[in-house]
Design a protein around this ligand. Structure first.
Ligand code: PHE
Length: 511
């Protein structure tokens, strides 16, 4: 069976695909404004520490479990552990839920590319609306959103049907370098706008966001930890099966530790670059339009689809050109992430067929997965971020908690909010306590990790990751369900303790 399983053409191809999975809407959209909101440098330091002590550990672990088992998540976890085999289900359902809205956002990018191309061809006046009006009109036109969502799904489907090296690797080999160059162009344009430095201050000067009035008070360290942790996991594509699946196509010769360092470093670099591209432009434009600095909108969907569209419109004749470049860049980032999610889900059935001796079932399986994604995505596309209907309105709830605000938040809550931090916590407990860190270290050993790394890995996987993940889980639940913070901390700690005990009780006897 193994001989028929897909594999990467080269380690570089794998790296670009994994970086492609990591670099997505999370980097370009979430990172910049979360960084500003959480006090700039404080957030960056917390983020980097988390990336090193938690992100790196889960990255190496996922790659190792994937490569060791040469299976997609559901069967991989089944092979590794009896008690925790269901982590594989979390790691397959979560990507499925994420795809429900990721594809819709991809569809928005397509619409914004079309919009800026229209402006480029017929002049800015061709669409004489503000960013806010454009976004509002788009959200309240469900048919348009559904059509472009379908288009985005079809693009991803065709790439994934092309195969691991023939489709995914090929797309990323061209897409990732292109994205990097486009990002550099936008950075240069952004930083040469008058007052751009105010945006840099927002990102990098501790306390500036509070001083300038963007936020009322510096969030507590615990809340920074929760925000940075959630962001880091989503951004690195961790605990969603994607990295595990990509790792399962990797050859035994490759060094997993070095690869992990490269992926984590590149993803963080691109997130910072995206911040430097986006925030200064938004702030500079706001100041030019006479908006008081602290009132310029830097968060939420508005940043990407309202504020930045205004930036491009106000740049004059060449603005739409930068608009096209920017939204193509975001589109590439979205596609390269979405195809990793689609592959993760489809790989389960492709593997199943292979086990039965059926080869060449990729086309059919990817088609079925795409259709399933389409069904859920249509709902998210049609609700227009809650403009047309929402889970709360369907249930007749006024003043709903965040997770009922719109279907995007609803799906995000179960995937990014719960499955992801819980999955990571369980994975660490499974490796650190039920099994043994050697499960991963022996696999990594093909690249011969140093003694230093081994000790570092053991301490982190056994203690640091589970504890940090409990905090991240609590932070996410507070964000989505709100109200009483203490309750969610208690829930997270209880879950941590219960699973820790379960894992430790089932510990394999050391040979
Ligand atoms: N990492 C992607 C982003 O930053 C999202 C993603 C999450 C992709 C999980 C794959 C798996 O947008």
């Amino acid at each position: 069976m193994e001989n028929n399983r897909s594999s990467w053409g080269s380690n570089l191809g794998f790296l670009l695909a994994a970086i492609g999975s990591a670099v997505g809407l999370g980097n370009i959209w979430g990172f910049p404004y979360k960084m500003g909101k959480c006090g700039g440098f404080v957030f960056l330091i917390v983020y980097l520490l988390l990336a090193i002590f938690v992100g790196m550990i889960i990255m190496v672990s996922e790659l190792a479990v994937g490569r060791k088992t040469k299976l997609s998540p559901i069967d991989a976890y089944k092979e590794v552990s009896k008690k925790f085999s269901w982590i594989g289900w979390l790691a397959t359902i979560a990507p499925f839920f994420i795809m429900s809205f990721y594809t819709v956002l991809g569809g928005y990018c397509l619409q914004y590319i079309a919009l800026n191309m229209t402006k480029l061809s017929f002049g800015n006046e061709a669409v004489a609306m503000t960013g806010g009006e454009i976004f509002g009109a788009m959200l309240t036109t469900p048919l348009g959103c559904v059509v472009f969502t379908i288009l985005f799904i079809v693009i991803c489907m065709v790439i994934v049907q092309g195969g691991v090296s023939g489709g995914i690797e090929k797309f990323n080999k061209i897409g990732m370098p292109a994205l990097f160059v486009m990002l550099l162009i936008i950075i240069v344009r952004s930083l040469t706008l008058p007052n751009a430095v105010e945006g840099l201050k927002f990102m990098f000067v501790p306390g500036y966001a509070v001083k300038a009035g963007f936020i009322e008070a510096q969030p507590s360290l615990v809340s920074v930890l929760g925000t940075a942790g959630g962001q880091m996991f989503f951004s690195l594509s961790l605990a969603m099966g994607a990295i595990l699946t990509y790792g399962s196509y990797l050859s035994k010769e490759e060094n997993l530790v070095r690869n992990s360092v490269i992926i984590v470093a590149s993803d963080t670099l691109i997130a910072l670059m995206a911040g430097i591209a986006v925030i200064p432009a938004a702030v500079a434009n706001g100041i030019a339009q006479g908006t008081p600095v602290g009132q310029i909108k830097l968060g939420g969907p508005n940043l990407l689809f309202v504020t930045l569209q205004d930036v491009f419109t106000n740049m004059g004749a060449l603005g739409p050109l930068f608009g096209v470049i920017f939204y193509v860049l975001v589109l590439i980032a979205a596609i390269s992430s979405a195809i990793s999610l689609m592959e993760t889900i489809a790989a389960h059935w492709i593997d199943k067929d292979l086990a039965k001796g059926e080869t060449d079932t990729r086309q059919r399986n990817v088609l079925i997965v795409s259709l399933l994604i389409l069904i859920e995505a249509v709902v998210v596309a049609a609700d227009g971020l809650g403009s047309n209907f929402s889970p709360a309105s369907l249930l007749g709830i006024s003043a709903p908690p965040v997770f009922l605000d719109c279907f995007l938040d609803f799906m995000d809550c179960w995937s990014e909010g719960i499955a992801m931090p819980l999955g990571a916590m369980l994975m660490a407990l499974m490796i650190g306590w039920e099994q043994s860190p050697d499960l991963v270290l022996d696999e990594v050993a093909h690249g011969d990790p140093s003694e230093g790394f081994k000790s570092f890995y053991k301490i982190c996987v056994k203690f640091v990751v589970p504890i940090v993940m409990a905090f991240v889980l609590a932070g996410q639940m507070i964000d989505f369900f709100g109200s009483n913070q203490a309750i969610w901390y208690v829930v997270a700690v209880v879950l941590l303790v219960v699973f820790w005990v379960i894992a430790a009780m089932g510990k394999k006897k050391e040979a």
